[in-house]
Write a protein that binds this ligand. Sequence first.
Ligand SMILES: *Cc1c(COP(=O)(O)O)cnc(C)c1O
Length: 405
Amino acid sequence: MIIMRESSEGQTGFSGRFSRLNRIPPYLFSSLDTLKGTVKRGLIDLSEGNPDLPPPKELLTVFRKALKKTENHRYPTYAGKLTLRAAVARYYQRRFGVTLAPETEVVVLLGSKEGAAHLIWAICDSQDRVGVCDPGYPLYFNQIRLCGATPVVLPLEEKKQFLFDLDLLTRHAPNLKLLCLNYPNNPTTAVAPMAFYQKVVDLALKYGFYIVNDNVYSEIYFNSPPISILQIPNARQCCVELNSLSKTFSVPGWRIGMAVGNPMVLRALLKIKQNIDSGPFGAIQDVAVFALNNYQRFSEKIRAVYQKRRDVFTTALNSQGWEIKPPPATFYIWAKLPKKWQKGEGSSYTFVTEMLKKCRVLSAPGEGFGSGGEGFVRFALIAPERRLLLAAKRIGRWLKRNSKG
Ligand SMILES: *Cc1c(COP(=O)(O)O)cnc(C)c1O
């Protein structure tokens, strides 16, 4: 019998028998859960990117019908229903002017998170170097480490509009296997202009690395609509783009998304997926067809809700003396800590913990997204306007008390 001993527990809480897991820290939101448990009542939780709005009603009607089809209760096909892959292609045509072949250039996912993780496993070997943004969605850095590849960190700095330095990328380009991109960006809310994508794709084509562009916030924008990386000529020679219904239609629990672009990379992704999952529930795929065919109508309403929330929350915090810039896209506020709180390492954890204790408002600490997030916190606009106002009031009162002390 093997006795599992925990004597050699590292800081990640796993013994040496789980050596691969010790390469990555505990998942950010599981640590916040522990913190959250300390508040008994009245918590306003703005920490997770977990949409609170109910899905559009019409989608539920389509869903009920789809449930009645016996075929939908059998194993789905690996790449997704052809009807859905065609709907994705149609959406990319209408929304971005990008033409995709449904059979070879579209793969249906159990959410883009699944796709991102498995793309990294499909593309990367342990010798490989992978470009990744800091701060960034933690999955990227962690999956790169799990599969044994080496992350090449590209800092996102406020003074450069949270676009990484192209000279730095150029220096690393000859050694890269893959670059993970995400604009509109979580957590910084930045949007990348066409010229930036153009330069990144030029480098990828010149040096032969792949790009995964995470475009899950493509429909949550407040200025001009963000583009797809596949709008850049020849991008599909090196790029795969991830998108998802989670944020666009406020259905994160459904687990449905898509990967589009380079056919060879998508074949590699499918080979991994065939050995792991069997695709999303058929009924959900049927609803996804309907949602994408009517994406303008649904996403417009959702966008309008976030825009009002954004304006209400930023205005309220600003009037309380905490200067916050309204984001151009996503449903986050990436807020620089008030001056008094910017005290180097761990400052945003300290801030988040204190704010939770004193205001019963939870945000995500910037360091949770990488050391480049130091000095920032991220609020997700996942509560109704009156709750956001209440949160801003509590925060304002606390900051004022605190600045006197
Ligand atoms: C929310 C989010 C995801 C996950 O989306 P799903 O499609 O629900 O898996 C992926 N990437 C980023 C940057 C996100 O913020």
